[in-house]
Design a protein around this ligand. Structure first.
Ligand SMILES: Nc1ncnc2c1ncn2[C@@H]1O[C@H](COP(=O)(O)OP(=O)(O)O)[C@@H](O)[C@H]1O
Ligand SMILES: Cc1ncc(C[n+]2csc(CCOP(=O)(O)OP(=O)(O)O)c2C)c(N)n1
Ligand SMILES: [Mg+2]
Ligand SMILES: [Mg+2]
Ligand SMILES: [Mg+2]
Length: 323
């Protein structure tokens, strides 16, 4: 198979999005939007950084690459519509493996009716997948990291630490409780798109998706909103089988581990009931984990420990350029 037949093989036979004028097959794609805000995000997945072949099947790699991007669209309260994929891949990946990478992306794309409208293909050394996602958002809602206000409830979806626990299991042979669950959370993360779209009635919700670890994303919210944040340690939600891991690992993964792709948010106390209702309708776990303080703590995040002591949390997490 050459580059041209490969591009032919990944083309959709039809497109679902009504605003598309031209998809794959010309010098660029054309969209004619209908008045909503356009939301654009990009995230890469790189071999040896985001995955190793022994822990991730080609299908998982494609799935996770698109999931990470959809997670950022969800964190902006937007409806995903299109994606573009740039892939650099070496010859030791077979045609079947390449097709499986695209099948992984396709399964999520089908679920959210997102159309593949372009990309680029290069033969390189390590596998690199760079995706751009385009979505639409209602002009009147704000999901910005800068939207948190004093007195807001701080909440998080799902459970934290699962993805890094899954990676640990994949890299360390042994017997584990709920092994399949943790591996799945690492390989096939769920972007919280439906939950985010369910909040459209609420004008102001500050949202950030957890890719680098909650400590890091909590700081991004606090810095951007110029407020302080208090997180209550024993409220941070974990899976019941999480207790099997060493307590240091538990602590590090849930606070600094990342790749859970859950949503961290803040909302006024008066809108909190509605947020809870939406999560309940989706059977999605949602936990109140803290509160927002005022501008005198601007940019700071505190952890109220189990013994009641409050410590300042470091802005630590996955950080690519820390050297
Ligand atoms: N190399 C880059 N060039 C331009 N903008 C970048 C680059 N890397 C990151 N950004 C931008 O910086 C912001 C934060 O990026 P990042 O921390 O990767 O966000 P996220 O964790 O939500 O994926 C985003 O607006 C992103 O588009
Ligand atoms: C082999 C391997 N080592 C380590 C990790 C953990 N890891 C890699 S990147 C990352 C953070 C998320 O990636 P990033 O590119 O920072 O995503 P973004 O914040 O831009 O969405 C984590 C936790 C992994 N998934 N696989
Ligand atoms: Mg990013
Ligand atoms: Mg993000
Ligand atoms: Mg991201």
């Amino acid at each position: 198979m050459d580059e041209f037949s490969f591009i032919q093989s990944i083309q959709q036979s039809y497109y679902r999005q009504p605003t598309l004028r031209k998809g794959v097959g010309d010098d660029a794609a054309i969209i004619r939007p209908s008045g909503e805000d356009i939301v654009i995000a990009k995230d890469m997945l790189v071999e040896h950084v985001h995955f190793i072949k022994s822990a991730m099947k080609p299908y998982h790699i494609g799935y996770k690459a698109l999931a990470a991007n959809l997670s950022d669209i969800a964190a902006m309260g937007a409806t995903p519509a299109y994606y573009l994929v740039a892939i650099s891949i070496s010859n030791d990946w077979s045609n079947e493996e390449l097709a499986e990478i695209y099948n992984g992306m396709k399964s999520l794309a089908d679920r959210y009716k997102v159309d593949l409208i372009g990309g680029d293909t290069v033969s390189g050394t390590e596998l690199v997948i760079s995706i751009t996602v385009i979505g639409y958002a209602n002009r009147n809602i704000s999901r910005l990291r800068s939207a948190a206000k004093e007195g807001d409830v701080v909440f998080v979806t799902g459970t934290l630490g699962d993805s890094q626990a899954g990676l640990h299991i994949l890299q360390n042979a042994g017997t584990y409780k709920e092994e399949e669950y943790f591996k799945r959370r690492h390989q096939l993360p769920s972007p919280r798109v439906e939950f985010s779209l369910g909040l459209q009635q609420i004008n102001r919700v500050a949202l950030n998706d957890i890719s680098d670890g909650i400590a890091s994303e909590a700081h991004e919210l606090a810095e951007s909103s110029k407020v302080g944040m208090v997180l209550i340690e024993d409220k941070i939600p974990v899976h019941p089988a999480y207790a099997q891991f060493d307590s240091n690992l538990q602590y590090n993964w849930k606070l600094f581990g990342g790749e859970d792709f859950e949503l961290l948010g803040t909302v006024s106390r008066s809108d909190w009931e509605l947020v809870k209702q939406r999560a309940q309708q989706l059977s999605l776990r949602l936990t109140e984990i803290g509160y927002i303080t005022n501008e005198k703590d601007a940019g700071k995040v505190f952890l109220q420990q189990e013994n009641g002591k409050i410590i300042q949390l470091e802005k630590k997490g996955y950080n690519h350029l820390s050297r």
